[in-house]
Ligand binder design. Structure first.
Ligand code: SF4
Ligand code: F3S
Ligand code: FES
Length: 234
């Protein structure tokens, strides 16, 4: 089928402002948007810039806006977009470095703020730190995050104020807050209880809708809010 692809282009070393370029290509319904970008880069313009690595929905590097909604380009099949005109733009609310590549550093700064690692200062046991299947299940969903930023950059609260820590950081805080072996839950809850923390979330759900890992993000944020309000991790 014939597809018209409109791509956001911006090279700050040459362009005063961004513009769009359009390409007409032949594609199969089972082609992914990443395939189309690779084709355009290989056929029409080698300077087109975008991030990708695994091409299989694992590395999280090719988050972008496709017809107005965030996807991983490697997981967005043409047939699922139900369109023959495709507009591809960088993630919103982030500085564009070039074309579809955005500066992810502020996103990772917010991620680092929530101590996204295991904390336990007790001496290690002889074998392992035991945990029941129920305790492990408590945070299973939030272990699946691949840090693609699709959630945070689809959140109107983040667009309104980029200092909002954002759903991705809260998901990664949740993963450790509710881990029975971890000891820094209270500290993370305190970090998330500031003016740019969880209460910037107004339950808009965009994050949950776009998450390529189908994480119940809004629910996880609600659990963190409840833990702050009650002081309990139950
Ligand atoms: Fe991406 Fe989902 Fe993780 Fe957000 S929670 S960064 S959308 S994988
Ligand atoms: Fe934003 Fe998701 Fe909350 S879209 S407002 S973080 S539910
Ligand atoms: Fe790795 Fe898409 S290229 S998730």
């Amino acid at each position: 089928m014939e597809v018209k692809v409109k791509v956001f282009r911006f090279d700050p070393e040459q362009d005063k402002k961004p513009h769009y370029e359009s390409y007409t290509i032949e594609a199969e319904p089972t082609d992914r948007v990443l395939d189309m970008l690779e084709f355009i880069k290989g056929t029409f313009d080698g300077t087109l810039s975008f991030r990708r690595s695994c091409a299989h929905g694992i590395c999280g590097s090719d988050g972008m806006r496709i017809n107005g909604r965030n996807y991983l380009a490697c997981k967005a099949l043409l047939k699922d977009l139900h369109a023959t005109h495709i507009t591809i733009e960088p993630l919103m609310g982030m500085r564009v470095i070039k074309d579809l590549i955005v500066d992810m550093e502020p996103f990772f700064d917010n991620y680092r703020r929530v101590l996204p690692y295991f904390v336990n200062d007790d001496d290690p046991p002889a074998q392992e730190r035991l945990q029941s299947p129920e305790q492990r299940e408590r945070f299973d969903d939030t272990t699946k995050c691949i840090l693609c930023a699709c959630c945070t950059t689809s959140c109107p609260s983040f667009w309104a104020n980029e200092k909002y820590v954002g759903p991705a950081a809260i998901v990664n805080a949740h993963r450790f807050i509710f881990d029975s072996r971890d000891q820094a839950g209270a500290e993370r809850l305190q970090i998330l209880n500031d003016q740019f923390g969880v209460y910037r979330c107004h339950t808009i759900f965009n994050c949950t809708i776009v998450c390529p890992r189908e994480i119940e993000i809004t629910q996880a944020i609600g659990e963190v809010k409840r833990a702050i309000a009650t002081g309990s991790l139950e």
